[in-house]
Ligand binder design. Structure first.
Ligand SMILES: [Fe+2]
Length: 378
């Protein structure tokens, strides 16, 4: 559909020729004159605008917009502008079609210098895809927020559970320690009315292990395991444990079963591994003259060596049925005299450091005996 522009000197056939070319395009196309009037609208554009060519030719584009927008205004009023912009085509009943509008004026020396070709590409599918992408992005963002919130909730819950587990584990450990302590006191109670000895043994053993540079967890374990060192004494008759005078050889043999008995009594659970070592070997001497296995040197497990020293010191410094308590300084001397014979030399050195620092006597002060006299242990 071509109308000859009376204001130009361009022959109608030239304009018609251009219109034929525009009609062959796949995109919408308009031929405008310098005043912005539509000279020709190709079929694709008519289809996009849902209007026949007759309704368009002779009009300006802004006439079709209910409220003229910047894009079309710019096209019309600035004839020489090179423009490509996303806008929309106004359709009947107020609908809109998103389009990409592009325009470029011909060269000034062109016979068509007073005309302008505007192409219009329908970008409905592109816009729909964009909208769909935005919607999907929004959904993903919402999902991310939800997942993030759930992760935070989970982390919070996990911390709460960790706290509960730590609390329960601590309660269980405390209950275990109570049971161990009660068992040890029950054994000691055959001849003592106080559990102070086992508490001192725990504190001495822990302090010696720490002073030897053992890790804290190991030192604690040696300490609580030391409590059970004499659990085997429950199989030794009271008359032997409480005998004030020297033991006969037969009584001594009965007395010396308590390490093996103690190891047998204690559970095979890993928790009691160190306690079993201690129970069996806390009467072994560094020089191999102890019992029951006559082990020597490093063959004796360190926890058992530690308890050997602590137990001898405590026996010397405490009242027993067969002797009064020694002054602490004399007990220290006796331990020193046993270096290399009864005791591991490095252990004695650690013991002397604890004595010099005052820590050893502080432990004795914290766990002082009541009046009762302890039994024999060797
Ligand atoms: Fe013992």
């Amino acid at each position: 559909m071509v109308e000859t522009n009376p204001k130009t000197a361009v022959p109608a056939e030239v304009v018609a020729h251009v219109a034929d070319l525009l009609d062959a395009l796949q995109c919408g196309a308009l031929l405008l004159d310098r005043a912005g009037h539509i000279v020709h609208a190709n079929p694709r554009l008519c289809e996009m605008l849902e209007r026949p060519a007759q309704a368009l030719v002779g009009h300006t584009l802004p006439e079709f917009y209910p409220a003229a927008g910047d894009a079309t205004q710019h096209f019309i009023h600035d004839f020489s502008a090179v423009r490509e912009t996303e806008y929309f085509l106004p359709l009947p009943e107020g609908r809109r079609r998103p389009v990409l509008i592009a325009g470029r004026p011909p060269r000034s020396d062109s016979p068509l210098a007073d005309y302008r070709v505007v192409t219009v590409i329908d970008i409905t599918r592109l816009k729909d895809a964009e909208q769909s992408c935005r919607e999907q992005y929004r959904q993903v963002a919402n999902l991310s927020d939800t997942v993030l919130q759930q992760a935070l909730d989970l982390k919070h819950h996990s911390k709460f559970l960790e706290k509960r587990v730590r609390q329960r584990t601590r309660e269980l450990a405390e209950a275990n320690m109570e049971a161990i302590y009660m068992l040890a006191v029950a054994c000691e109670a055959k001849d003592m009315d106080t559990g102070a000895h086992v508490l001192r043994m725990r504190a001495y053993a822990t302090a010696l292990a720490r002073t030897l540079g053992r890790p804290e967890e190991e030192a604690e374990r040696i300490g609580y395991s030391a409590i059970l060192h004499d659990v085997g004494k429950m199989q030794v008759p009271d008359e032997i444990l409480k005998k004030p005078g020297p033991l006969t050889p037969a009584e001594r043999r009965q007395m010396e079963v308590h390490p093996v008995a103690g190891e047998r009594i204690l559970s095979r659970k890993p928790f009691f591994d160190v306690a079993r070592q201690i129970a069996r070997h806390h009467h072994e001497n560094w020089d191999g003259t102890g019992y029951p296995d006559r082990l020597a040197g490093a063959a004796i497990a360190l926890p058992a060596r530690i308890v050997r020293l602590a137990d001898v010191f405590d026996a010397l410094a405490s009242q027993r049925v067969y002797k009064p308590p020694w002054p602490p300084a004399e007990a220290v001397q006796a331990i020193n005299a046993g270096v290399g014979r009864l005791f591991d030399p490095q252990l004695v050195a650690a013991f002397l450091r604890l004595v010099d620092s005052g820590e050893w006597s502080a432990i004795r002060g914290q766990h002082a005996d009541a009046d009762a006299a302890g039994s024999r242990d060797a």
